[in-house]
Design a protein around this ligand. Structure first.
Ligand code: DGP
Length: 115
């Protein structure tokens, strides 16, 4: 738990969010500004600022984010048509909340991110 981190507050239930999944390692909730019909953030309960701060001991946790992403994609019914997983990192990557998170985005056809 890090003071002033909105995602830490959501994980600690000190701030409200539409939580769709949680376990001892991760919490997943709907993005407040969805860009598609499904837009869920999958967040490690441990405060990790960004990919830059991921340590070797975090590898099982990073893998778990993907396991949960696949499970939620199936529950949302978007697994057949497909979806996008994004981890924005740093200013050039467009990261605005400095608590690592995986965006699960789907429910509509998206443009290719490389243009
Ligand atoms: P990023 O740009 O990758 O750091 O994405 C941060 C996302 O977090 C952005 O899509 C909006 C979302 N977000 C920011 N604050 C809140 C909040 O308080 N609640 C929820 N549910 N989402 C938030």
């Amino acid at each position: 738990m890090t003071d002033h981190c909105i995602f830490c507050k959501i994980i600690a239930r000190e701030a409200r969010a539409d939580i769709v999944y949680h376990d001892e390692q991760v919490t997943a909730f709907r993005d407040i500004h969805p860009v598609a019909p499904t837009h869920i953030l999958i967040v490690p309960n441990k405060h990790i600022e960004s990919v830059n701060a991921v340590a070797p001991e975090d590898e099982p946790l990073m893998g778990h984010l993907f396991t949960v992403a696949g499970k939620l994609a199936r529950e949302e019914g978007i697994h057949h048509n497909g979806y996008r997983l994004i981890v924005n990192t740093g200013a050039d990557g467009g990261q605005t909340v400095f608590h690592l998170h995986l965006h699960l985005i789907g429910g509509q056809r998206m443009q290719h991110p490389m243009g």
